[in-house]
Design a binder for this molecule. Structure first.
Ligand code: SAM
Length: 219
């Protein structure tokens, strides 16, 4: 099946690309480990996917929602030209401080601005910096639909909207729902995925990579 295929293939691709051997990314993970941020960053191949997407649209202005230790931000920032800008939203002051240390160590601070606070509170201040070439959603799942609405409004035509974790640890298609909180998450993510597909301002697809990525291009 699809998932058996993807498990061996994703391992193969990870070995092939050797992304985590990059000394810069090793530094990111050392800082993250030392300062104790939870290991919830995108998998290395999805980091690479983000960089390829950002380069494909020749991104100069990017928004990320959910910074954590700055792992995915490093890929996005690497795709930017020297005068490009990544705005990354994070409500945890601890995570933001760790990411800030990461960006400084890697010489990326001039390209990255961390917006500290709940994303729904900080996004309005970014409207005047847009429209954006790429917007990456990777924070609290409950607000995905609201982030989506903001993102579609603030993307340029031809810009990319990407959301992580849209397969809910692989459970999204299960006919029988598990007990408890996970069931709510599955239902919420199905609603979100349908919302993306129904929106005629976008052409949407889903990539079975990492935790599952929704990728949509604005018409
Ligand atoms: N994109 C990161 C990466 O791949 O390296 C991982 C992000 S992690 C999955 C989600 C982050 O979103 C956490 O750092 C969390 O503190 C942050 N977050 C959660 N709710 C938020 C909110 N309402 N506004 C801003 N950030 C939020």
């Amino acid at each position: 099946s699809y998932s058996n295929l993807s498990q061996s293939v994703s391992q193969y691709v990870e070995n092939l690309l050797q992304i985590d051997n990059d000394p810069n990314l090793q530094q990111v993970m050392q800082i993250a480990k030392k300062r104790g941020t939870p290991p919830l960053q995108v998998v290395p191949t999805d980091g690479r996917n983000l960089e390829v997407f950002a380069r494909t649209v020749q991104a100069r202005k990017i928004v990320e929602i959910g910074t954590l230790c700055g792992y995915s931000a490093v890929f996005l920032a690497n795709a930017l030209p020297e005068d490009g800008k990544l705005y990354t939203c994070e409500h945890s002051t601890h995570h933001a401080a760790v990411a800030s240390e990461v960006f400084q160590n890697l010489g990326l601070s001039h390209k990255i601005e961390i917006k500290i606070g709940k994303a729904l509170d900080t996004l309005p201040s970014l409207v005047r910096e847009g429209p954006f070439d790429l917007i990456f959603i990777d924070a609290d799942k409950a607000n995905y639909p609201k982030y989506f609405d903001w993102a579609v409004e603030n993307l340029r035509s031809g810009g990319l909207l990407i959301a992580d974790n849209v397969f809910v640890f692989g459970f999204v298609g299960n006919e029988e729902l598990p007990q408890g909180e996970l069931a709510n998450l599955i239902l919420a993510m199905r609603n979100f995925n349908e919302k993306c597909v129904k929106d005629k301002r976008l052409v949407t697809t889903f990539l079975p990579t990492g935790e599952g990525m929704m990728v949509a291009v604005k018409k």
